[in-house]
Design a protein around this ligand. Structure first.
Ligand SMILES: [Zn+2]
Length: 369
């Protein structure tokens, strides 16, 4: 029924000037479909994706119904060639996607990087597994799928739409709302260097301002994600996160879904940035802005260029694989995706740089239009 409605819309739009509600191929848009697959005897199930000419990326989100876990096993192109396989990445020191790691839901975006090539028209296949809590495959398990394809002729620029959801009452904290205003301008400036335009709107909610870490899913983020319109990413702003005042923000997933799940969106603690006094200094405002851009960067597929132990890296060529603290601070300390602020006393370096390859990932995210 969803498909039928969609084609009716498309037909109705054909003789309009392109400003109707349906896709008109004058600008990028996404197409969304949903289906449920059931795992076979080997514990896996395939979703077939009909990629059309001009489709630049797809995003598949699988939600395990009932208990148990799911993850992406591999992706095949229309010729049956496997372009992505969990075994090539699962034990590696480079991270490409969290989609291979079993969880209650999984999201994969393809392609991730420029070197992954472009989509060809035809039937692509994404194979998912269902597992019990000991990671054994389970047959006859349902996985609910949401598939987004984006038609997008230009992967060097795009627009990302964000909804900033204030936790209960925070919309009337003037220190916060002024700080958010500054942060949005700064975030837009950071993104402009890799061709991204930030569009945003605000929403008020009665969600608790005490945020829980959504890495393993949170009902709070699931409720927040219902505030998103089509193709919007949720940024939930609360007072504190993970029970402390030094966790600035957490992304629900890498990459994240464009549909409602308990990992859909990012959470930001404003008091981690502003301090318990709730008053932003200039330096704290920059960290607040960089935190928002950083967490949404994760949500759109970016990993830290290097992890804290200096022995895990992203899968990008132009973010150097440094291997000790001084090297990493020197080469990557100003990168937006560095794992934490680099400060001397209260004086923190700006972390507002993005590499071309990082820009390539952000522009390939299916929600970037
Ligand atoms: Zn991070």
């Amino acid at each position: 029924m969803r498909l039928l409605l969609f084609s009716l819309l498309l037909t109705a739009c054909k003789d309009k000037d392109g400003n109707g509600n349906g896709p008109d191929k004058t600008g990028p848009y996404t197409t969304e479909t949903t289906q449920t697959v059931t795992t076979a005897n080997d514990g896996t199930a395939a979703v077939e994706i009909a990629v059309e000419d001009g489709d630049a990326a797809f995003l598949v989100t699988g939600v395990k119904s009932g208990s148990g876990l799911t993850a992406v096993e591999f992706i095949n192109d229309p010729d049956g060639e496997t372009l992505l396989h969990w075994q090539d990445w699962y034990y590696e020191a480079e991270s490409l996607t969290y989609a291979f790691f079993p969880a209650g839901n999984t999201t994969v975006n393809w392609p991730v990087r420029a070197v992954d090539g472009s989509l060809s028209a035809g039937t692509w296949s994404v194979v998912l597994g269902a597992y019990d809590n000991n990671y054994n495959y389970v047959r006859d398990e349902d996985i609910e799928l949401t598939v987004h394809r984006k038609w997008d002729p230009n992967l060097s620029e795009g627009t990302v739409r964000v909804v900033l959801v204030y936790a209960d009452g925070l919309e009337s904290e003037s220190d916060l709302t002024e700080g958010v205003g500054y942060a949005l301008e700064e975030w837009a400036r950071i993104w402009a260097q890799i061709g991204l335009t930030l569009e945003y709107r605000f929403a008020e909610s009665d969600l608790s301002a005490t945020l829980s870490d959504p890495s393993y899913g949170s009902s709070q983020l699931e409720e927040a994600s219902t505030y998103a319109d089509k193709d919007e990413i949720v940024v939930l702003i609360g007072e504190q996160l993970s029970g402390d005042l030094w966790t600035y923000g957490v992304s629900g997933n890498i990459p994240g879904a464009l549909s409602v799940t308990e990992n859909s969106g990012v959470v930001i603690s404003w008091l981690a940035a502003a301090g318990a006094n709730g008053a932003f200094s200039d330096g704290e405002l920059n960290i607040f802005a960089e935190t928002m851009a950083h967490e949404v960067g994760h949500y759109m597929g970016l990993f830290h260029p290097v992890e804290d132990g200096w022995d895990y890296w992203d899968a990008l060529e132009d973010t150097t694989d440094c291997s000790n603290g001084s090297e990493c601070y020197r080469d990557l300390g100003e990168n937006l995706m560095f794992p934490y602020p680099v400060c001397t006393g209260n004086n923190c370096d700006r972390q507002d740089q993005l590499s071309d390859d990082q820009g390539g990932v952000l522009n390939r995210y299916t929600g970037t239009l």
